[in-house]
Design a protein around this ligand. Sequence first.
Ligand SMILES: [Zn+2]
Length: 415
Amino acid sequence: MEVIKALVPRGLVVLEGKSLEVPVTPEGLCSLRIEIKDGKVVSLQAVSPKEKIPDQIVLPRLIEPHAHLDKAFTWTNFPNLFGTYNDAYQVNLEEHQARTFLNVKNRAERSLSLALQNGIRAVRSHLDSFGEHAISTWEAMLDVQLHWKDKLELQFVALTPLEYWKTKEGHDFANRVAQSGGVIGGVVAPPFKPRELKENFLETLKLADQLGCGIDLHIDESQIQPAACLKELLKVLDQMNIEIPVTCSHVSSMGLLSSKKLSLLADRLAKNKINIVALPMTNAWLLGRLPRCTPSVRPFAPIKQLQNAGVSVAVGGDNVQDPWFPCGNFDPLALMAFTLPFAQLAPWNRLGLAPFTTSSANLLNLSWDGILQKGCPAEIVLLEAKSWVEALASSPRRKVMVGGRWIDTQLRKII
Ligand SMILES: [Zn+2]
């Protein structure tokens, strides 16, 4: 049996009996003795206040709800030095010309090695699913999914212009996506023709519903016409009766609405059970650009207003060292550290931590929500830090436990 004494966020743990009275630090961490046996947490007890406060933090392994594994680390060969959205797209298309089954697979393997060592247990990745390399990209990624299945859960979203799903080829591809347990994706941003967009939404939603696939859209990643695509999507959803989960990624321009309009829209999103993925790093880099200006307007998903309305919001890393964003490294602690000043989201608040833990788990429909309690899986990350501030000030050293066993982060394999 493995016994760990560590600080654990009070909001991520279910305690019983005397342990309910466990003291909590001002940052919401409580000292616990965690017993692990046969891949499960078998006991969680409060550490006596007379004992030394642990100098390490335990978290459930974390989640990346929105990545692009197929293009990660392509910046070196395909940089976008101007940093604009349009240049990113053009360079992305150039990268497609050099795509092979093997280089997509290698990028994903490199990404997942990092993700695993950094404490991630599940990744939802959008995959470029247009052009001549769409099928080989999926084949490479399905290989990777199989190879990593004991260590990480991988979900894929077919990313393509939305109108593709209306075509015969699109229907065939959607069948393939559904058969492999994937999600239907798409990119929608202004400017657009309202009638055409509505029809595209309608056809895509119908198709996904028929196939029983979820939907995850890149929507309103823009600084013009605030939330324009989202409003059209809601109009279409109001006329339909579908059960599939709908996720909207980015919704950056929604943050530019007046508070009254924003609040009304947030209520409609909650009513339609739409999940949101906010993507601070790529948005901060690409949006609000004006020549020779430092932006004073920062289009970004209004996380707190959405949460106040009852919408589930996850935060993702999005692009990693590709034409869309030059930095990132699949480190959830680094993402939390960036989100803290950018979105004023702090992990010592329940709603500040949920986007990286429970909300992400629910969005990906994972079998475990990430709450530590007796009988839960022993899927944890142990941080060498005495407080949240220490954990976020510089990315901490960590150990990762997968299925009750520590992984050897040097050898990158389970020992
Ligand atoms: Zn994305």
